[in-house]
Design a protein around this ligand. Structure first.
Ligand code: DGT
Ligand code: MG
Ligand code: MG
Length: 259
């Protein structure tokens, strides 16, 4: 087929292939969710249905794209990791990023009514996204640890902040000043002394964030003639609120990083 004289414009496209044999992490984050959460009257500091909606979108991601082997979400963000050997869109960065963001966002809108049957969505949600490649399992483990530590710090601060504002009638400025310079232990103490609240008893979805991954589950596929169940191991996408900083989780789920 003859080339048209216009075809040279294609040569302006830049190659954006991601490094081979590295973990591809895509993190998306709600754009201006400070306003989106206010307009939609999300509960403060955590709206469990808003978090469940995010988790449901992540489940849809893992079911649609088999190369995504693990994901972690908190607040208005979610991170997805594609397996090292993934050849998804020939590892082209812009393709991987745009598909992740658009598929997630479309699900968010489509599933809204399942989680907020009484609420019409106010404002159009959108998510930004970035791609980072990590060369070692250690780097990747540290990535999840970084996000989960962030979750803990933010959630503990926000819990204190909103307890002071909503239950003690402090202004936002006063609450800020009270919390300035406090350490983890001080905040636990404040919650316990002033509100009789034990931070570690808060729901794990708030304290730990959410992991979505494929777990091995036993499934009954049929029964023999004598009525005995025939079981088979199947991989099923699950949501759990586990600690991803300690070794335990990774030892219990070796197939995630070992492939
Ligand atoms: P950005 O990401 O730079 O476009 O701006 P924001 O406003 O999305 O800021 P970000 O991502 O740093 O912080 C997330 C915001 O979303 C934060 O203001 C609190 C809000 N948000 C997230 N989850 C919840 C929730 O469950 N309940 C409430 N009330 N707010 C939430
Ligand atoms: Mg945001
Ligand atoms: Mg955020």
């Amino acid at each position: 087929m003859a080339n048209s004289k216009y075809e040279y414009v294609k040569s302006f496209e830049v190659v954006d292939k991601l490094l081979p044999n590295t973990w591809i992490v895509v993190r998306i984050d709600g754009r201006n969710f400070h306003r989106f959460s206010a307009e939609n009257e999300f509960e403060k500091p955590n709206d469990v249905q808003a978090l469940n909606l995010m988790n449901s979108c992540a489940v849809a991601m893992l079911e649609e794209f088999p190369d995504i082997i693990f994901s972690y979400g908190v607040s208005d963000e979610y991170s997805f990791v594609f397996k090292r050997t993934s050849q998804f869109y020939e590892r082209r960065s812009s393709k991987i990023l745009s598909i992740t963001v658009s598929f997630f966002t479309a699900n968010y809108v489509m599933k809204w009514k399942d989680f907020f049957p009484q609420k019409d969505m106010r404002l159009v949600p959108s998510f930004d996204g970035r791609v980072v490649c990590y060369p070692s399992n250690e780097n990747l483990r540290h990535y999840w640890a970084w996000r989960q530590v962030d979750c803990h710090i933010n959630n503990q601060y926000n819990t204190c902040f909103w307890m002071l504002v909503l239950n003690k009638g402090k202004t936002k400025k006063e609450a800020q000043d009270i919390l300035k310079g406090t350490q983890t232990q001080d905040k636990n103490e404040l919650l316990f002394q002033q509100f009789g609240m034990n931070y570690s008893n808060l729901p794990a979805i708030f304290r730990k964030g959410s992991c979505v991954f494929k777990n091995k589950v036993e499934e009954i596929v049929k029964h023999t003639e004598s009525g005995d169940p025939v079981k088979r191991l199947r991989k099923k996408v699950v949501v759990s609120h586990c600690d991803v900083i300690e070794d335990r989780f990774w030892k219990d789920h070796p197939w995630i990083l070992d492939e």
